[in-house]
Design a protein. Structure first.
Length: 429
């Protein structure tokens, strides 16, 4: 492996303008996005060559110097739900759209939003050329005029009535004691042609997120405004931040505050969140030093443009020698997208949903050569393929679930990504 060099660049440009200018003609590239108008965090834009998932990567994540980029080399990509469920012992349905795609990174431009500083990273023998190219692109970087989407037709995998029937089936499984909680999902699709860059620009504007992003590889692209970080590894510590519990934002400050307070006080949402926290504690204990796994934060409300979310944080110290593969085998698919107990939940959901989830409910992000990791959940996302695009959505079902409320929650989650494509929810959602 060539030695990687990282270098500070003069000046500053909007990462979005840089991405549109420098990457529009690239076949395989990524933009891991801290969001429009971000004042903290990092945006990472770069290219790479397709390669197998880095399951062999040994985890750790050495301490980095203050102000240095969190990621200077390694892999960027996505891994979908179905293959992970199958590895965990559950039945799975596969589809031709690649549920796993990883790029071995060859150049990166990192944007430090708090310091408004740019870095370039590339193999040492190429860093001078890469810096010159980046500065040339920066000199011409311009944001395109916003383009409203062309309206497209959207069909749902389930009607609202069918989904409500599946909710009743989930509650019956819970009543029979085969599960405590089930994350039931569905899908909305269009056969229209979708421009990934223009669509992602609309998505990030309407529903900005600290862990959004776009990864394009050939004819396929993942566009995400996810609010949920799945796995972070740094300095030997692994963290996961499950989200369970959602309310829409209000139309005025009083209504908005009331909805957040309602979410915080909901016994059903608290129970759902705590069940997944316990599940994730159990998962992480399989790869962490005994006695180090704990809930750092519990039941905190985080607010985003479209929704309020109930979020917790679980962390532990990794045992020496753990790899990305062993961590995934312990924790992936994420409990927030399966339910509890995990294997039983995946078996039940396979039978009820009866169709692949694909990339949805998987994860995406980066894995560093130094063993650091930052992966987010594939939710609030759009998958673009040669035959059109689709959006997955779902919600956690407990014994206390009310079907009408759960159907409405799916609509809240899918509405933003569908609007970015140019679609609307089918009637009833």
């Amino acid at each position: 492996m060539s030695r990687v060099s990282a270098r500070v660049l003069p000046g500053w440009v909007d990462p979005a303008a840089f991405a549109v200018t420098a990457m529009a003609k690239e076949r395989d590239w990524f933009w891991l996005d801290a969001g429009p108008h971000a004042t903290e965090g990092w945006s990472l834009i770069g290219t790479g060559l397709p390669e197998d998932a880095p399951r062999h990567a040994v985890l750790g994540g050495r301490h980095r110097s203050p102000g240095a980029p969190p990621f200077t080399g390694g892999w960027v990509g996505w891994s979908g739900y179905d293959a992970a469920a199958e590895r965990a012992g559950a039945p799975a349905v596969h589809e031709p759209i690649p549920a796993e795609r990883w790029l071995r990174v060859d150049r990166i431009v990192a944007f430090d939003h708090s310091a408004r500083r740019m870095w370039a990273s590339a193999p040492e023998a190429e860093i001078d050329r890469v810096c010159a190219d980046v500065l040339e692109w920066c000199s011409t970087a311009r944001m395109p005029e916003p383009r409203p989407p062309v309206p497209v037709a959207v069909i749902g995998r389930h009607t609202p009535e069918e989904y409500a029937g599946l909710i009743d089936a989930c509650r019956e499984e819970i009543r029979e004691g085969r599960a405590y909680q089930l994350c039931l999902t569905t899908r909305f699709e269009t056969a229209a042609s979708v421009d990934p860059i223009a669509t992602y620009l609309r998505l990030r504007t309407a529903t900005p997120s600290h862990h959004g992003g776009m990864i394009r590889s050939g004819e396929h692209a993942l566009l995400s405004a996810t609010p949920e970080r799945f796995l972070e590894v740094q300095d030997g510590i692994v963290r996961t931040r499950p989200i369970k519990g959602t309310r829409p934002r209000g139309t005025d400050p009083e209504t908005d505050a009331a909805l957040a307070a309602e979410l915080r006080a909901s016994e059903k949402e608290q129970a759902e969140n705590v069940m997944i926290v316990d599940l994730m504690r159990n998962d992480l204990q399989r790869v962490c030093v005994p006695g180090t796994v704990a809930a750092e934060k519990l039941l905190e409300v985080e607010s985003y443009p479209a929704v309020h979310q109930l979020v917790s944080t679980v962390a532990g110290r990794l045992s020496p020698g753990e790899t990305l593969g062993s961590l995934w085998d312990a924790a992936f698919p994420a409990g927030s997208m399966t339910g509890a107990p995990k294997l039983s939940a995946m078996q039940i959901l396979h039978r009820l949903e009866g169709a692949p989830r694909g990339v949805f409910a998987g994860c995406f992000g980066w894995v560093g050569d130094d063993g650091a990791v930052d992966l987010a959940m594939v939710i609030r996302s759009i998958v673009v393929h040669p035959g059109g695009a689709w959006v997955g959505a779902g919600g956690g079902i407990t014994w206390g679930s009310v079907a009408a409320d759960e159907v409405a929650e799916v609509g809240v989650k899918a509405r933003g990504p569908l609007a970015a494509v140019g679609g609307s929810l089918p009637p009833g959602w």
